[in-house]
Write a protein that binds this ligand. Structure first.
Ligand code: SF4
Ligand code: SF4
Length: 397
């Protein structure tokens, strides 16, 4: 097979290879997280790729230079060919991760995945208490997750425990860290929710106050000092409070290649929302061609697409103008500076959300929306940029 990357289009630098392949095997999920990062309109997505397609994609991405493969979703364990895909990824020489809610990981499947060569597991919790975990995921899943954590350790996998942090659980951060110690996680990822997709709809429920954030940072620092090398703690601060955006996905089309359940290839898992960009599909185009040649992957590479204030900004190498999806959702222009940046003319939109988080008026907040397919079918037709009209109630417990 010819491994030489094609020449870049005029005006573009040759990017490196797609080191990280994120295989979103399915959008189906038994949980209903209020901050779910899957697209709000996931229920409108076409048929899932079959096993043969995924096997081909794994081979093509590896030939294009991918070295790490994350099997994600939705819940990837809902695919009964997961073991086949993991075995092929292992045979091809990938370092493999499973990103799971834990639902569906029985002892038999854990053994089969171990035999297939799975290297690493990331298990998500929604909180350290059964009540809040089960409320936020809208399922009775806490006890099951505890059992799954034990199964993961029994197989000898290194385990990342992941907990999305927001207003409704940030005050329990000490208990979440204690839970991670108890289940013997090697890493704990406390990632503050990013406000896309379902989390954007629920932002007024989820964005923490500054006082909550500062308390949480102090708690994390105390635990870090106490735990040393025993467990690594990642705490990702929400960019709404930083005044500078993050270098989204480490740069557009720079490291990450996401393949969605229907085969659409994206530079990040939410990029499909962006207007005026047709993203290629792995059913129709080879991975190397998609990565190096497609308009979808080239549009926001580098800094040639930037407008002011980013174009002449001394910090543009640091963050590459931030997140294109956040620019579209909050400023209505995917080529604008990320409004999380204090230099953006749209920063006032972020400040308004922060102001509401610090001085909440609960009566004015729409009910919390839990992710589910019926709601996705309805919301998918609405303007994806802004929170929906009020009046949608969460499903009954
Ligand atoms: S965030 Fe929750 S609902 Fe969304 S895919 Fe993950 S476990 Fe499922
Ligand atoms: S103006 Fe643009 S490049 Fe400069 S810090 Fe803000 S987002 Fe980054």
């Amino acid at each position: 097979m010819d491994m030489t990357p094609p020449s870049p289009p005029p005006g573009h630098q040759q990017p490196g290879p797609p080191l990280w392949l994120l295989a979103e095997l399915t959008y189906r999920c038994p949980l209903h997280c209020a901050f779910c990062y899957n697209p709000v309109d996931f229920a409108h997505t076409g048929a899932e790729l079959g096993t043969e397609d995924w096997l081909r994609v794994l081979g093509e991405a590896r030939a294009a230079g991918s070295v790490q493969c994350g099997f994600s979703g939705g819940e990837p364990l809902l695919r009964d060919d997961l073991e086949i895909l993991v075995a092929e990824a292992h045979r091809l020489g990938y370092y493999t991760n499973l990103l799971t809610s834990g639902v569906g990981l029985t002892e038999a499947r854990a053994r089969a995945l171990r035999a297939a060569g799975l290297d690493h597991v990331q298990l998500s919790f929604q909180d350290a208490s059964r009540e809040v975990n089960d409320f936020l995921s809208h399922t009775r899943s806490f006890d099951l997750k505890r059992r799954v954590a034990a199964l993961i350790k029994a197989q000898g996998w290194p385990m990342v425990m992941n907990c999305v942090i927001h207003r409704l659980n940030i005050d329990h951060i000490d208990r979440i860290i204690e839970l991670a110690i108890e289940v013997e996680a090697e890493y704990l990822e406390l990632a503050n929710s990013q406000y896309y997709a379902w989390a954007l709809h629920n932002r007024d429920h989820l964005l923490p106050s500054r006082a909550q954030l500062e308390r949480a940072e102090r708690t994390v620092a105390d635990y870090r000092a106490r735990l040393g090398e025993r467990m690594r703690l990642f705490f990702v601060v929400p960019d709404y409070y930083e005044g500078r955006p993050k270098k989204c996905m480490n740069g557009w089309g720079n490291v990450f290649l996401t393949v969605t359940p229907d085969g659409t290839a994206l530079p990040c898992h939410t990029a499909r929302m962006l207007p005026g960009l047709a993203f290629p599909n792995v059913r129709e185009q080879a991975v190397a061609d998609i990565w190096y040649r497609s308009e979808g992957f080239n549009r926001y590479r580098g800094d040639g697409w930037m407008r002011e204030p980013c174009r002449r900004c001394p910090d543009k190498e640091k963050d590459l103008g931030g997140c294109r999806c956040q620019a579209w959702q909050l400023a209505g222009d995917p080529a604008a500076a990320d409004p999380a940046c204090a230099r953006s003319p749209d920063h006032h939109r972020v400040l308004a959300a922060v102001e509401r988080a610090n001085h909440p008026q609960p009566a004015a907040v729409a009910p919390l929306l839990f992710r589910d397919p019926a709601r996705s079918r309805r919301l998918g037709r609405a303007d994806p940029r802004y929170p929906p009209p009020t009046g949608l109630k969460p499903p009954a417990p």
